[in-house]
Design a protein around this ligand. Structure first.
Ligand SMILES: Cc1cc2nc3c(=O)[nH]c(=O)nc-3n(C[C@H](O)[C@H](O)[C@H](O)COP(=O)(O)OP(=O)(O)OC[C@H]3O[C@@H](n4cnc5c(N)ncnc54)[C@H](O)[C@@H]3O)c2cc1C
Ligand SMILES: *[C@@H]1O[C@H](CO)[C@@H](O)[C@H](O)[C@H]1NC(C)=O
Ligand SMILES: *[C@@H]1O[C@H](CO)[C@@H](O)[C@H](O)[C@H]1NC(C)=O
Length: 570
């Protein structure tokens, strides 16, 4: 009797036990995936400075003083005795590079101009900065929001008003946060962000120094070629050009699009006979492809007299991102965006794949928008707004070339000095359609912080062997989603020149799936929220393999098929 009872109970409990194990297993898996592919856990630790007698001796030399460089400087100031930022462009290192151009009302302060950056070509291109950047900024700079508002920047709902050929995507995922506030991002131009970040970083620590000059190379220790002793800087002034050598405990390559660090390491390797590695093997470390195109931005000033009547959904004070259009490969290759930036300006920006036509003049935008090929036409308000702005005729125009998309695979390099790391565009340049570049730079800095904080390195006062290879391995996984999330779609455009040795067809399956997901997202707000979280680096792309996503995609495809059959029969 007893035995039968036990048996019955065991049988009854089996599904429950199995369920519990399955739950535990899947939450362990979730934990592992988040830990490996996002920096959400690491983020919690940033900003805690080492005590003085535990700091790493010597100087962290940051090469490049733009977004990645500023993030790296802020992080290194928590771990090193001394931090030097080397940047060739003199004016950004002066007060000019940090001070605001507009006050909190959006009025211009004095005569400060929008100066172009020689080496940062996308300085005036449309930029969105994702949630992860905001989370990190808020942790590091308690007064971030106050300072942002003082410069006429805004904290807004993460809502891009983004339309694809099939409908709207990247809507605010507030339905995932029924109790909390709606997901947020900060809104301002790339140049305003850089100025503000420089101001906050330089104010944050007296350990950070700036040197005007161009890093031209690195020198290893005479008796240990696996470690950099000095960074060589070329400094020009009225007396001519001088070479300066800065002893370095750590070298952080933040030279962005120029990816100068790769050349330094390659040269260092060639000069030290101990490492016989052919240049061919080095060049294979870079995956690079070309989507072909230029970008152009028109900044229209909105004068006070038309602010109340301007044709913007929700009114002029609705500061959300106004409009984004993403085309369907093969049908259209133009991409455009409309957003409001500080200083009462509305920016219309254009780019795309395969050298799409770009408006020659501000008036040309009307025709451009009218001829965009999509099932969802550009809304009337965008035309009306433009007509109003054209009448005002206070316009700035900026243009630039789309860079090559590429990824320097340091994690596969045959040799990297143990005290050399690279972050930001110096490692990877991705298609800017999903606006990930600046947040990717912030992620690099968080990875660096976390590694310097890990027990292996926190106990020592120097950067020990193995540091850089460990950094590049971890960093690879934290940024891989940005590459894998853009390259397949880029390969769906027949005009793209693929990575050497690859065919566009190699990404056919991933590309088709990526496009299908966007289409599903137009109807399914959970899939949309997931994609939006992935783009913001607050969810790993591996989440797409969840059974519920598979089910929703299947349901969408079946529905679509049935709808099509129905339309054919009636
Ligand atoms: C059209 C376009 C649109 C974009 N839109 C977005 C977007 O919406 N959101 C987003 O997040 N990102 C966007 N990006 C990408 C983003 O702009 C970059 O990812 C970001 O600027 C990278 O910052 P960085 O500091 O790594 O490099 P960079 O901004 O390239 O800065 C590199 C710095 O290094 C300095 N430097 C160069 N060589 C040397 C040297 N030898 N020694 C010392 N210093 C040196 C330069 O002067 C510069 O200050 C866009 C890019 C493009 C092209
Ligand atoms: C974004 O950041 C804010 C705080 O900075 C937070 O409240 C919000 O939940 C974050 N998440 C998303 C999905 O935007
Ligand atoms: C990224 O894409 C490559 C090539 O398609 C693939 O081998 C790799 O597993 C992908 N990584 C992740 C984390 O998705």
């Amino acid at each position: 009797m007893m035995e039968t009872l036990t048996k019955i109970m065991a049988t009854a409990l089996l599904p429950v036990t199995a369920m519990a194990f399955w739950r535990m297993g899947s939450s362990l898996l979730t934990y592992y995936i988040y830990k490996r592919f996002t920096v959400l856990k690491e983020l919690m630790d940033i900003g805690k400075a080492r005590v003085d007698d535990e700091r790493i001796a010597g100087t962290a030399v940051i090469c490049g003083g733009s977004i990645a460089g500023l993030w790296a400087a802020r992080i290194c100031a928590d771990h090193f005795e001394d931090v030097v930022v080397v940047e060739p462009e003199a004016w950004i290192m002066s007060n000019d590079g940090s001070k605001p151009i507009y006050d909190e009302r959006g009025d211009k302060i004095g005569s400060t101009e929008h100066r172009p950056r020689t080496r940062v070509h996308q300085y005036f291109a449309a930029h969105v900065f994702w949630n992860l950047s905001l989370l990190a900024l808020r942790r590091l700079f308690p007064d971030f929001e106050k300072e942002l508002l003082k410069r006429d920047g805004k904290i807004v709902e993460a809502e891009l008003n983004c339309y694809t050929w099939a409908g709207r995507v990247f809507r605010s995922s507030k339905h995932w946060y029924p109790e909390g506030e709606a997901p947020q991002i900060f809104s301002c131009s790339r140049d305003a962000y850089e100025r503000l970040l420089r101001c906050l970083v330089m104010k944050s620590s007296s350990r950070i120094r700036q040197v005007t000059g161009t890093v031209t190379g690195v020198k290893p220790f005479a008796d240990d070629h696996s470690k950099i002793e000095k960074v060589v800087v070329s400094k020009s002034d009225s007396d001519g050009t001088k070479l300066l050598e800065i002893p370095a405990a750590l070298v952080v390559d933040c030279t962005g699009a120029t990816q100068a660090g790769f050349k330094w390491i390659k040269r260092l390797c060639a000069n030290t006979n101990s490492q016989e590695i052919g240049s061919d093997r080095w060049n294979k470390l870079i995956d690079s492809y070309n989507i072909h195109g230029n970008w152009k931005a028109f900044d229209f000033f909105v004068p006070p007299e038309i602010r109340a009547v301007v044709s913007i959904p929700g009114g002029y004070d609705n500061y959300k991102w106004l409009y984004t259009f993403i085309p369907f490969p093969g049908c259209e290759n133009k991409l455009f965006l409309i957003n409001r930036i500080e200083g009462h300006r509305i920016r219309y920006s254009f780019y795309g794949w395969g050298n799409p036509p770009i408006p020659e003049s501000p008036e040309g935008i009307l025709d451009y928008m009218a001829t965009v090929k999509s099932d969802v036409p550009v809304p009337q308000w965008a035309f009306d707004l433009l007509s109003q702005l054209l009448k005002v005729n206070e316009i700035q125009v900026y243009t630039g070339k789309m860079p090559l998309m590429n990824w320097v695979h340091y994690e596969k390099a045959p040799f990297v000095p143990s005290n050399f790391v690279a972050i930001g565009d110096a490692v990877m340049k991705v298609n800017p359609t999903f606006g990930q570049g600046c947040t990717k730079a912030c992620i690099g800095a968080i990875v660096l912080d976390n590694l310097l904080r890990s027990p292996r390195y926190a106990q020592t006062r120097k950067v020990v062997p193995g540091f850089s290879s460990e950094f590049f391995k971890i960093h690879h996984d934290k940024i891989v989603d940005a590459w894998n999330g853009t390259k397949p779609m880029d390969y769906m455009f027949s005009t793209t020149t693929p990575v050497k040795g690859e065919n566009l067809d190699d990404e056919k399956i991933s590309g088709t799936f990526a496009l299908l997901l966007l289409e599903v997202a137009t109807e399914d707000s959970d899939v949309d929220a997931l994609l939006c979280h992935m783009r913001q680096f607050i969810a790993p792309a591996a989440n797409l393999y969840a059974p519920w996503v598979f089910w929703r995609v299947l349901k969408f495809c079946l529905n679509k098929k049935i709808r099509k059959l129905w339309e054919e029969t009636v």
